[in-house]
Ligand binder design. Sequence first.
Ligand code: EPU
Length: 382
Amino acid sequence: MTSAVRLDSSAQQTMSTDLPPSLLDAKSVDLSHGNTMALACVADSVVTLTDEAQLDSFMASYANNPEHQPSLFVLSGGSNVLLPAQLEATVLQPQMRGITMTAQTERYVDIEVMAGENWHDFVVYSVEQGWYGLENLALIPGLTGAAPVQNIGAYGVQLEDCLQYVRAYHLPTQTWHRLSLTDCQFGYRDSVFKRTPNTWLISRVGFRLHTDASKILASYGDVQTVAQRYAEQKNRLQPTPADVMQAIIDIRQQKLPDPKQLPNCGSFFQNPIISQAQFATLQQTYPTIVGYPIPDATVKVAAGWLIEQAGLKGGGIVPIVTHQQQALVLTNHSPYQATQDDVATAQYYIAAHVYEKFAIQLSREPVWINADGSIGYDEHVV
Ligand code: EPU
């Protein structure tokens, strides 16, 4: 577990000024509507950032106030966090908007998107413009600035496939950086931003998108079938990127609950990675077990399958239960009242049952936020 961000002493300046009142938006702010799991949460204070200069200004004041330096916590769309009932921190909310084309050739366009743009709206906009590559990532909740943190992925595509760079502010040293694809250190649902929490505030994301529609492959079984059906309805031989996007939207809407109707934070458990030997042994007892071999001689097992086979599809500890159509998603049936503790109770219950049956440990995917704004990652839940 890491502690919440503190400035390097070298970054602190001697001049002392108070925080600009215009930037310190509000105190004791209810964030139960600011997280898609709709957990009850009250934060000490919230700072809304609508341009990058506001962050410079806020951080200069912050550094000049060594007597008063609350923990800082960056909250984007709140779609992948489990917030505590009391968040004793100053919450920074990046809400800068804008989509800019920075380069164009016959084959591709370079697009820069500000962190506060809604991710799904940007995906739809890009396809409408004839910019392709992000179709498979349609309908993922949240804002663009949070997308690199866990290298969002769906239907065979990950953010890193189209990402070129990230512009981000390094909170401990108060400096702006442009991080290349390599700098971002992407992995499966992982990045440098996730590994060094409360360190970076992402303000812009740069993408290179194709303008050649024929490059788009809907290789995932379901997606291919549904997209082909759309194409045929419009008398086309091949699905267009818009057909693929519509197929993804349909499939996700069928399987995944809309957080606005039934609060959730997407996949709750990661798909665990086990050895080939353990997978082979499990296959003998459970021939239908779903697993995807990974090049390093391990197997990624479908956590949704494990949970369903443990008899917990639709189960959990009320009010936090798994979704009827996708056991990997935990839903909150008591919006704005259920707390982080309720989630932990359900999580331990589900993970313990899966462990008992398969001897596989499930790790949570959303980020657990401690009361001081620090982050508890990678805890095995059994
Ligand atoms: N399965 C079950 N029962 C369930 C759920 C799934 O048996 O209740 C089986 C399915 O039949 C399938 C396998 O598990 O054979 C995998 O299911 P699916 O294709 O739905 O994908 P997933 O592994 O459950 C991952 C991502 C999703 C992403 C989908 C599609 C993770 C942790 N989750 O889910 O991401 O949309 O693939 O690519 O990698 C998210 O992060 O919020 C998210 C939804």
